[in-house]
Design a protein. Structure first.
Length: 677
């Protein structure tokens, strides 16, 4: 998925250190490549790099921590404190200490068992501590013997932190002895040092400073670290977490010292979050099944309030911001429980309830422990373990039935409220179908909207294309039932540098706004949006990218909530079609074409077709590569967390001040490594 800023400027990852070519071993010269791939004549053993140790992490940090922005930076802290939490949940640590210094160093200490320091049996003469800190996929969480459940399963967490820190010092206290080793950018500065005897101390201390070569100007936020530290304590009542920071970093929201210990767990967490909010049900539905740290253990806290709802979920104490299968189990359990209660009460209207009706204003905290969980990506933002759905559903089923049965007044109030939400949803759906028909009649003009046949917005898509030629190909390639086509003539107005009068006078903008039906700015209505996906489909060249940028600027300025709702996407049409006999492949750009020629078509004489634009692409190829839901690739356009910062970036790059764009080009010219002309 692409953030809107990523499409206006270079990503910080481009500033990674330059590659050092591997030194090849002399070989017999390879045979000359066939004429059809003469461009790859220099491709030889010398071009093959073998990255060792932690070098892959420094080359491609995004593969391990999701990027090099502020979110990725704070993920380093999450990796380190997760190791300490694993020790606590396994019953080997009762205390974790976090200190943030004004020098930018972050220190995490626990009183657990401490990383083993003796030489590893597979690597004679090398300390296990050094191996854990300098090698990917080295750890004690693979066989389930040291930890039944854990937040880190790949053995890459702390070694990645080491690779991306310009300074890291590890201290281990075991058997009344203190050991220390220092690193810089993933490389040890010496062997493990035996410091001496210590009394009443055990565990591991990690003190590290993120590498500015990787993260640039991004720095740790004291407020964010404090919040992350506190949230960890809520997840396990058996641990005490002590927070300290230098006085210069303290503020009204961040004390210099604090101690967190919450025996009430998630119930306390949720109670603090919704304190003062008017509630639909007074009581919090909460409970625990199983012992934290054991497979299948679940803890939950759920409340229904009149404010905006939220669901915060965790797997093995790791926050899963994008949800996953455990949240699906929560949805299933709550919906089934409320329907069963309605059936026992003789309320037939509950048959129309959906999970969204029950959860629309539900505020929930959910923590599950699963052995060897599966996540989407190394950053563990989304849980994908299928068994988590069953575990959570089974854990909540009986307790929720009991909670409803023992509080009939509260249960009836919740049921009536949920049914009202369902009836309102169905009413809006019916009104939207009427609005769709009206809008279609108004826009049925030559070269304008070719609407889809289905009336419901859910599952419907509108492709915005440039020109009648591209629109003609798209109309033939589309699925008429669910895909609408809206061609625009020429480049849309740059709204960032235009007056309101010009925006309102633009016919293209008027047609686009009318087709979507949701209004603009403060008149935007999410429930009146006539399509679930709004897809910008432009040519795979510089002009196409410019048109896409203008359209994204329009949506950001006039309909930012449409982007926040996850409705805006970019289609990814190919630039080349490569074929040799029955083998066919599509390339997105010149570099992708060269890669395919070198890898998949090596030694062949393929036919290469360059698509001049969507209008020149046969509709069969357009459908196969760009519009078919089963085979296409879409990029979702999102707004970064800091809306104001994004707005300033858009104004700088798309506004009516050319000197701002000139300054941007000068500042970022050094990052350009491959410029196609």
């Amino acid at each position: 998925m692409a953030a809107i800023e990523d499409l206006f400027g270079p990503d910080g990852e481009d500033a990674a250190p330059q590659r050092t070519p591997a030194t090849p071993t002399p070989k017999t010269p390879a045979a000359s490549p066939p004429p059809s791939v003469a461009h790859a004549a220099s491709y030889s053993a010398a071009d093959i790099e073998v990255l060792e140790g932690l070098e892959p992490v420094r080359r491609r940090p995004g593969m391990y921590i999701g990027g090099t922005d502020a979110n990725a930076l704070h993920h380093l802290f999450a990796e380190v404190i997760d190791n300490s939490m694993d020790e606590a949940i396994a019953g080997h640590a009762s205390r974790i200490e976090v200190h943030f210094g004004e020098d930018g160093f972050l220190t995490v200490t626990d009183n657990g068992r401490g990383i083993p320091v003796e030489n590893h049996p597979k690597f004679p003469g090398v300390s296990t501590l050094e191996i854990v800190m300098t090698r990917l996929h080295a750890g004690g969480k693979f066989d389930g013997k040291a930890y039944e459940t854990s937040g880190g399963l790949h053995g890459v967490g702390v070694s990645v932190v080491n690779a991306l820190s310009d300074s890291l010092i590890t201290e281990v206290a075991r058997d009344q002895m203190l050991y220390r080793i220092a690193f810089s950018r993933g490389k040890p500065l010496g062997a493990v040092e035996t410091v001496g005897k210590v009394q009443n101390r055990r565990g591991t201390t990690q003190r590290f400073h993120p590498d500015p070569e990787i993260f640039g100007e991004h720095k740790f936020s004291a407020a964010r670290l404090f919040k992350m530290t506190r949230s960890k304590a809520y997840l396990f009542g058996g641990v005490e977490i002590r927070w300290t920071c230098d006085e210069s970093l303290a503020s009204a929201d961040v004390p210099a010292k604090a101690t967190f210990h919450f025996p009430g767990g998630l119930r306390d967490f949720l109670g603090n979050r919704i304190e003062g909010e008017p509630r639909i049900t007074e009581d919090i539905f909460s409970g625990t099944i199983g012992k934290p740290g054991t497979h299948g253990a679940v803890e939950w806290a759920v409340a229904w309030c009149l404010g905006d709802g939220f669901v915060n979920s965790y797997c093995n104490t790791v926050p899963t911001g994008d949800g996953g299968t455990h949240e699906q189990g929560l949805r299933v359990a709550l919906l089934r429980g409320l329907r069963n209660y309605a059936e026992l009460s003789g309320n037939k209207r509950a048959a129309q309830l959906t999970a969204e009706d029950v959860l629309v204003q539900c505020s929930a905290m959910l923590s599950v422990f699963v052995r060897e969980p599966e996540f989407v990506g190394q950053t563990k933002d989304k849980l994908s373990s299928p068994e988590a759905t069953r575990i959570v559903d089974a854990a909540l089923r009986d307790p929720f039935d009991h909670w409803l049965a023992t509080s009939p007044n509260q249960a009836s109030k919740l049921l009536d409220w949920a049914i009202e939400r369902a009836e309102e949803r169905l009413r809006r759906k019916k009104e939207k179908e009427v609005d769709r028909q009206s809008a279609t009649r108004k826009l049925r003009l030559p070269g304008k909207l070719a609407d889809c046949t289905q009336s419901a917005a859910q599952g419907a898509e509108i492709f915005i294309v440039e020109g009648d030629s591209a629109g003609g190909s798209a109309k033939q390639a589309r699925d008429r039932k669910s895909q609408a086509i809206l061609p625009l003539r020429g480049k849309i107005l740059n709204v960032a540098g235009a007056t309101r009068d010009k925006v309102q006078a633009s016919q293209a903008i008027a047609d686009l706004t009318q087709a979507l039906g949701c209004g603009t700015r403060d008149r935007y209505r999410e429930d009146e949006l006539r399509y679930d996906k709004v897809i910008l489909m432009t040519d795979a060249d510089v002009d196409g990218a410019h048109i896409a940028s203008l359209l994204m600027t329009f949506f950001f300025q006039e309909m930012p909530k449409l982007i926040e709702g996850g409705h805006l996407y970019l289609a990814m049409p190919p630039l080349f079609r490569i074929s040799a006999g029955p083998k066919v492949a599509y390339a997105m750009n010149d570099a992708h074409r060269d890669q395919l020629l070198a890898d998949e078509f090596k030694g062949k004489k393929p036919d290469i077709t360059r698509f001049k634009g969507l209008g020149e692409m046969p509709y069969v190829h357009l459908r196969e590569t760009t519009m078919d839901k089963k085979s296409r690739t879409l990029l979702q356009v999102r707004i970064r967390d800091d809306f104001e910062e994004t707005r300033l970036s858009v104004d700088r790059l798309m506004g009516n001040r050319p000197e701002a764009r000139f300054d941007f080009i000068q500042e970022n010219a050094a990052f350009v490594t491959d410029l196609d002309i």
